[in-house]
Design a protein around this ligand. Structure first.
Ligand SMILES: Cc1ncc(COP(=O)(O)O)c(C=O)c1O
Length: 381
């Protein structure tokens, strides 16, 4: 929970390292080791007496340490989950009921839309799909009246459109709707949805928050005790808690979040400039390019540049030639890791994007090397 235990003046590097730290105790490790246990000794006490652990499906010391860290960065109370989708499912299912109206981005992460289409609609939730760039307009017109929840994803994956969280939060509150924001692409250091007025924020920590492409994790943070209790109840009942090793690895990986995001943002600036100048490329999107339609809003709402850039090559063959010529841009899905990767989104189906549409995820290699490799591979494409 964000209880102000990190001094307000500390910078992102210091916060990344110290978030979730317990007060130092001589002779103990700087960062607690994972606690591997399903049941814990109960002794002659009733379960959870004095806050003692009883059974790890509901929570365990290692998930709590990770949650304290993420909650401190988010500015709320955090619950961790085995994957980003488990966190999103919990956020929606714990708070939305049959017959409720849910406003969802029409162009957000594909599996979130599948969750809505194949599961939530089946259970009687009235889902309304609105393009990210239109949600603020819908909110401003007063059209959120009667909605139970508005779910935003900003910047959206993969098109990188940005939505005005504070404006939608005001309208949602006036309409009596909850606002949830998928903050995966930005991370808690890049954008603070709770401070902008959202009721809850969710993250696929599989991506940049943990950032090494070696684990799946997710979280929900909120400043509302009521929302926290509902989501915690969902997690207790459905068992989507992360295991101790993953929670520990996630916490360890977060220590370098500021360093990684800084390098990724610098590289993304150079990558966006090369892509924008190259004759083989069209449709470059990066919210920090002054020409980008999201630039003004991103500069106002976000705290640092993204390491993700999207752009289009002519077609699938051009993408194959690009990949064959590149040494550093690896074909892989996901994003936010230490390796520079590129994903041709059309190959997955689901996103309404052209065959040559690419999502570039800048890693933490030397910017000069990544840019030189990009230029040479584009020339070959
Ligand atoms: C924006 C966004 N939200 C949620 C998810 C789901 O995360 P996970 O794969 O950890 O379930 C993803 C995964 O790509 C994503 O990009």
């Amino acid at each position: 929970m964000s209880d102000g235990s990190l001094p307000p003046g500390w910078g992102d590097g210091t916060r990344s390292v110290h978030a979730g730290d317990a007060p130092p105790v001589p002779g103990t490790p700087l960062r607690p080791s994972p606690v591997f246990a399903a049941p814990f000794h109960l002794g002659d006490q009733p379960p959870r007496a004095g806050g003692a652990d009883a059974y790890a499906r509901t929570e365990h010391p290692t998930s709590r340490a990770f949650e304290t860290a993420v909650g401190e960065l988010d500015g709320g109370r955090c619950l961790s989950f085995a994957t980003g989708m488990a966190a999103i499912t919990a956020a929606v299912m714990a708070l939305v009921s049959a017959g409720d109206r849910l406003v969802l981005p029409a162009d957000g992460y594909y599996t979130t839309r599948l969750l809505a289409r194949d599961e939530l609609e089946r259970l009687g939730v009235r889902v309304e799909y609105v393009p990210t760039v239109e949600i603020a307009g819908v909110a401003a017109r007063g059209d959120l009246e009667g909605a139970r929840m508005v779910f935003l994803e900003t910047p959206s994956n993969p098109l990188l459109d940005v939505c005005d969280v504070a404006a939608v939060a005001r309208a949602a509150r006036a309409a009596g709707a909850l606002l949830a924001v998928d903050n995966t692409t930005a991370t808690p250091l890049g954008q603070r949805p709770l401070a902008l007025g959202a009721d809850l924020t969710v993250g696929a920590d599989t991506k940049a928050l943990t950032g090494h492409s070696d684990l799946l994790l997710g979280h929900v943070s909120t400043s509302s005790d009521e929302v926290f209790d509902r989501v915690k109840g969902w997690r207790d009942h459905t068992g989507s808690t992360p295991g101790a090793f993953d929670a520990w690895l996630g916490h360890r990986s977060m220590s370098t979040l500021d360093l990684r995001l800084t390098r990724q943002g610098e590289t993304a600036a150079a990558v966006a400039a090369v892509l924008a100048d190259h004759p083989a490329v069209t449709g470059v999107r990066w919210p920090w390019l002054p020409s980008d339609p999201s630039h003004a809003l991103a500069a106002r709402q976000m705290l640092r540049p993204l390491g993700i850039v999207s752009a289009e090559l002519a077609d699938e063959t051009a993408v194959s030639r690009f990949l064959a010529a590149s040494r550093l841009w690896t074909a892989a899905t996901s994003f936010g890791g230490v390796h520079s990767t590129v994903d041709r989104r059309a190959q997955w189906g689901g996103d309404a994007v052209p065959a040559g549409f690419l999502r570039f995820s800048c890693g933490i290699e030397d910017t000069g090397d990544v840019v030189a490799d990009l230029t040479a591979a584009l020339d070959a494409a």
